[in-house]
Design a protein around this ligand. Sequence first.
Ligand SMILES: [Ca+2]
Ligand SMILES: [Ca+2]
Ligand SMILES: [Ca+2]
Length: 375
Amino acid sequence: MVVSEASFTLMRRRALSKLRRLRSQTNLSSSQSPDETIMNTKLKNSAFDKLKLAPIALAAGAGMMLAAAAPAQAAVVSLSQTVTQGGVVYSSIENSSVASPLIKLPGATGSSAYGIGSAEIVGGRGDAFDDFGGITVNGAAFNQPNAKVDLTTTGAGTFLNTISPVSIGGINTSLDYFMSADSPTLRVFGTFTNTTANLLSAAIAYGGDLGCDSNCRIEDSSTGDNAFQSALDRWFITSDGPSDVDPFLTFVRFGPGGQLASSTPAVPSEGFDGNVDQFADIWTLSLAPGETKSLMWFVNFNNSLAEAQAGTPVFDDLSTLGAAGLLAGLSPTQIEETANWKQQPVATTPEPSSLIGLGSLLGFGLLSKIKRRNP
Ligand SMILES: [Ca+2]
Ligand SMILES: [Ca+2]
Ligand SMILES: [Ca+2]
């Protein structure tokens, strides 16, 4: 077919005009309510945050072209897994692992949850866990879909992340572990998104069975005593007391200003269902339609009480966590949405003059600008 120059120009104009019409229709998005738009954006953001952690999983879709260039080693792996990081061996990481105390809490449906079977300090004390680090959502156990996780190792440590969130009663749930390379520390990070059009309340139970067994005792807590207080103790240290062979474990529950547990049905040393080695906290999250909240906990492993106590300042707040590399892989959005840790205001001491007060205000303004520039 021969096309004259004039008719070619006309065809080109028509095509361009059609393209412009299509573009303006897409931008208007008249079929979506503002709420739907916000919700979709949030869901996309959280999916994007996850994908950022799995550069090679993305590359796999593109024919592994980027694999050689990517700094991390990432792969979709089948459970169970063993991870050695930061001087700790975390083994038998698998589905249907954590039973008691989670399956015996009020409202529990009775199935066991994804968790870490056991953990020991390399060349040191063993038997930290007898299946720990699981969660239930309104009584239903969380397990990784298809018994697979995304395993990513970077210089910061090893990430074992949920590949696709599981809908539990309309709450998209994921549970990610981070084993630090810099310290004997485990981070447990649960994320909960309300995918329904209604306000939902989510009771998140977290915990498991400890290796201290019948000798479990609390050695210290953030209030400076060996008594557990759910609303006060941001962290507590356990041991196996008289036996003195298991690790000293620091369980970090929340940060200053963060949401408190609504209850602690199983306190190590106090006895739950006749056992003193059970630990379970329950957080009650209120989730608006489309809203995402996360919960973040830590366990720190040590061979002595003195070492455990010396390590606790790392868990003072989000700044100390960040400085210790324990927020690795989390986006500013994920940190912002974490209910039990809140950014602390910059410490203010009584200023000797208003000029210095003005200076710190200016400093704060500058900081916010930097924060906005680097979202
Ligand atoms: Ca033991
Ligand atoms: Ca035990
Ligand atoms: Ca206490």
